[in-house]
Write a protein that binds this ligand. Structure first.
Ligand code: NCD
Length: 320
């Protein structure tokens, strides 16, 4: 949407709603800041760029990793948090308070709002009523920008570039918000080819295929694990998003369409690739894969989440 404010290497005071706000220079700036934070963390447990700042974490949808990653990031920056999970069950929203009013309430207490919500577009709605920065921590099956930025940082960490890559994105491409943000991010860089593996019911929407293709991504849709080319540099696996299904039997039928097993990795993988997953996984990666040095999902990828969020928060609050 056109009303997303572009970053243009000026993060201070900006909302982070969509990857549409970014470009390669702003992403490079974020990566450099992330490296700076990592260096600081080698010798310090707290890097006080958010001292005297209060962030509200408003999570209308379940989360363990993202909320704790944000929470850890803020605390390691010396900031403090109000953490509100499931507000629809416990807050004034139960009494009928509107979403907009709730955002106004938290705006008065905080310097920044980090929001996760089950409706697409909700972070944008929040940013329209709040005068402090709002960060989208996942809106429905829309976007999940901080996840995509950490995914891209992780891919960059391994290959030292985000150009001319061949990768595979597998699983729920219809409802997977991390996939939507990641594809948009990868489309900023030239020469990328992405294989999309999904059940037919969960294909990337046609309008997205068209848009990302226009932006320069080469997308190849496949529906069989045997069609994964052996030269992928990364596999980005995702779970089928159970909570987006109205009919649970439908979910049950396709939830394990594609599973990474030692055999699949042996037959379709290669020695230089990495395996990523935004987590949680629910059966789509065999735990025997976890000890493989190419499995980065429980180690480097997750750690980078905290680092990237620390960098992003330091930039939007103007500390860096
Ligand atoms: C993802 C999300 O919430 O979209 N999780 C996360 O933030 N790491 C992926 C998912 O839930 O499947």
């Amino acid at each position: 949407m056109s009303n997303y404010q572009k970053i243009n290497q000026q993060y201070k005071g900006k909302d982070i709603i969509s990857l549409q706000q970014f470009d390669t220079s702003s992403i490079s700036q974020l990566f450099e800041t992330t490296k700076h934070i990592i260096t600081q963390l080698n010798t310090n447990t707290i890097v006080p760029y958010l001292q005297n700042k209060l962030a509200t974490l408003l999570f209308f949808e379940p989360s363990s990793r993202t909320i704790s990653s944000f929470s850890a990031s803020i605390k390691r920056l010396g900031g403090v948090t109000i953490e509100y999970q499931n507000p629809l069950e416990t807050s004034s929203a139960v009494k009928g308070e509107t979403f907009e009013d709730s955002i106004k309430v938290f705006e008065t207490y905080s310097d920044i709002i980090i929001i996760r919500h089950f409706e697409n577009g909700s972070a944008l709605r929040a940013s329209n009523v709040a005068d402090i920065p709002v960060v989208n921590a996942g809106d429905g099956y829309g976007e999940h920008p901080t996840q995509a930025l950490l995914d891209m940082y992780t891919i960059h960490q391994r290959f030292n570039t985000l150009e001319n890559l061949t990768g595979l994105i597998a699983g729920d491409l219809l409802y997977g918000r991390t996939v939507h943000s990641l594809l948009r991010g990868l489309s900023f860089y030239k020469g990328n080819t992405i294989y999309l593996l999904s059940p037919k019911r969960l294909m990337l929407p046609e309008k997205d295929v068209k848009e990302y293709t226009k932006l320069g991504l080469k997308l190849i849709q496949i529906h069989d694990e045997e069609d994964i080319p052996k030269n992928c540099q990364f596999w980005y696996w995702t779970r089928v998003q159970k909570e987006r299904f109205a009919i649970q039997e439908e979910y049950e039928k396709i939830k394990h369409s594609f599973i990474i097993t030692p055999n699949l990795l042996k037959n379709q993988g290669n020695k230089n690739m990495i395996i990523l997953h935004p987590l949680p996984r629910v059966g789509e990666i065999d735990p025997r894969i976890d000890s493989d040095p190419r499995a980065w999902y429980l180690s480097k990828q997750m750690k980078n989440g905290m680092y990237i969020r620390m960098a992003l928060l330091s930039l939007i609050t103007g500390a860096l």
